[in-house]
Design a protein around this ligand. Sequence first.
Ligand SMILES: NC(=O)c1ccc[n+]([C@@H]2O[C@H](COP(=O)([O-])OP(=O)(O)OC[C@H]3O[C@@H](n4cnc5c(N)ncnc54)[C@H](OP(=O)(O)O)[C@@H]3O)[C@@H](O)[C@H]2O)c1
Length: 368
Amino acid sequence: MPSTFLLYGATGYTGSLTARMAVQRGLKPILAGRDPAKVEALADELGLAWRAFPLEDGAALNLALREVPVVLHCAGPYSRTYKPMVDACLRTGTHYLDITGELMEHEALAGRDAEAKAAGVMLLPSVGFDVVPSDCLAAHLKRRLPSATHLTLAFQSFGGASRGTLISTLDAADRPGMVRRAGVLEPVPAAWKTRLIDCGQGPVSCTTLPWGDLATAYRSTGIPNIETYIALPAAQRGAMKSVRYLGWLLGSKPGKAALMRMAQALPAGPSAAERAAGYSLLWGEASGDEGKRAVSRMRTPHSYTLTALASLAVVERVLAGDAPMGYQTPAKAYGPDFVLDIEGVTRTDEPQPLDNIHADASGHTPER
Ligand SMILES: NC(=O)c1ccc[n+]([C@@H]2O[C@H](COP(=O)([O-])OP(=O)(O)OC[C@H]3O[C@@H](n4cnc5c(N)ncnc54)[C@H](OP(=O)(O)O)[C@@H]3O)[C@@H](O)[C@H]2O)c1
């Protein structure tokens, strides 16, 4: 199996974690980013080749992508970084992977499916924590309840977030909430609904948040009604709700600049000890019009450890030649059980009532 791929954004918190784990797995990424001094220092430390160029330099992008079969794009916020990389991948016939959790980027990439197929490349965004486990969970629930018409997903994370994730969250803070209804994305107020969900350690308050899964779970399962939730303490729920009234301020240039300055002062991300102690819990429920329901849960390592492990597992599949063309989701490309190959990931199913199982193994409700 070839071992070389391009890792752009390699000097960020998640990019450098991924670069280090890649080396441990025997992979040889070419490290890349826009700051030559930072990229060279990391490449020298890890004994890897490196390239430095801004995303605006189309000629340099072409050159770097022509050297490799696949790029893992770790530079975000993706609202600002995905397009030049995707354009260059389509120009050069290079498979595209990223770790975005941004919903609207998925919608944009899904719209480029035909272009990707014509170019012979796979476009597979969100090969990190958001959305590999939740997408596989969604596809697993669809497998358990093929007649499902509604899907609800929730997660609860322990162990902190990176500055880059916070910056990406703030970058999108002025956008409304979102759900999928009858197959269509529908704007809803920020932190629209709160409900108690047991992600695995007892019921906790979870609030709607527009994850990438509103795009991916729909395409992986075809289930037309989807809501996504996050477990949050009351103070953070309140902050999310305030976006309903302060969205105009957060969306203004001075408002965004002030938030970004505050975020830049934060640490880069959780320490190695915090990552080792942290973990995430996921819960998913598929339900149908006839009152049937299936519930499954998942536990994963810390979300950033999981992001590095999952993205490298996908890179390895692509390097081994397993890259279905066009826009993909993790579960469509590699199946609902792909996530179970990642060390530290477990999945449990709540038992289904017998008539559920009979009804759905065939896809039809049995006659009585
Ligand atoms: N889906 C998931 O589960 C998941 C998990 C982890 C991270 N993420 C996302 O991944 C992204 C990176 O996260 P992080 O924690 O690594 O953040 P980070 O530590 O802030 O790193 C960001 C990286 O992106 C680069 N970058 C930013 N804007 C750029 C631009 N316009 N052109 C070129 N490079 C640019 C930065 O380069 P400089 O150093 O030169 O500024 C840096 O290398 C974020 O969007 C985050 O939300 C998602």
